[in-house]
Design a protein. Sequence first.
Length: 455
Amino acid sequence: MNKKAILLLTAALIVLLVIIGLIENEESSRLESEGVLFTVPVDGLLRLELLRDGEKIVFVRDEKDWRIDFPLKARIDRGAIDNIIDSYSKLRFDGLVEETALDLARYGLDEPRLELRIYTAADSVPERTLLIGQQNPLDNSYYARLENESKVVLLPSFRVNYLDRELFDFREKKVLDLSSLEVDSFNLEWRGKSFSFFREEGRWWIKKPLSALARKTKIDEILGKFAGLQAKEFIQEKAEKAFNLDKPILKAVFQLRDGGQSELIISRREDDYFAKAPALAEICRVGDDLPAVLSENLKDYREHKLLDFYPFAVKKITITGTTWQTALYKDEEEWKFEDQAIGLLPDQDKVRDLLYDLQDLEADSFVDNPSLAADSFNLRLSLLVEDKAAGKEAGEMEVLLGPGGTSGVLARNPALGYDFLVNPEILAKLPKETADLLPEAQQEEEADPEENDRI
């Protein structure tokens, strides 16, 4: 084949590929536009007007976000407006009913029950106006058309349901614009009792009415309830006295990490709770979820655990009794006695059980003005704990136990300024000498060496 023939074949191939590409693009565009009633650029949306059963709701977008502008100015439910924008900026329909419908009343489109006006410019003329009529009983879809057009299509019910809602459904129902992770400290005045809490190095502390470690799970639960508090009803009436808000059962003030502040008051009238926050224009009725987790008893907010650690993170244990002492260390995953003269390995299960017993050790009550000297305790346990996940160097924590009494065993965490009373059952679980940490067979040999010699 000569050079000229090769060039002609190459040119023909190129032309063929171009034609195929054009056909594919045209087909792709056709498929993309099939079933689409209209398209409006999302970035160009400025205003939406929804007319429903004689009620008009207006949504506008400012520099920050969408909000409700009429019949009142209020925050908008982000999910609700996103559903509308996602569905109606590019409106797809399920089927074509009539290209040119002469009898619009047949579809309820002469007097539509829903009307959506879409504005892309700051003027009084909408870019698109969608009219939605009655429901098709065959598949629960809805008849729809564009204003000034006679083409009737079917819209899926889920898209219509995004519009067919009350004003309340479009409103942001979170009472506080609050994230529990942003709170650095907060004050509660609950049923005549005052409590203050603050966060320091990842731990929550009680500041008022006394200084103590706070129970993390309780604080997380409370902050979660505040952050998730939702209005069940918005009340236009301004008479706060009518809802006892002049005599609230709760006042909460939150100091935020960015220096901001958030406030809330809650009152009770009969079986209902009502809330007011500076960010809200109205009073709102709330459920009893938040009041249910609050307490008038300081003990419910206090941390009952003596030590906060994970057993697998412990690298060394030192146990000191009144007349004896032993130390164990972890060599990779195996516990060993630090005193090589013992010549035996401790029972691994016993060591693990000891750590879990210490991890679970909780107060039955507290002694806030301790007077007992540290050397008066019967047992001291020191743990060297490594927290690689948090990027912290190994640190030591201690617990002192005993003596016991009728009200429990006295326990102390020296890092705290108060003592604990714990269940006396802990004494039966703790070793009373080094031999208690040996395997059972070794304990028997240690207990009766003469019998062992005779054998």
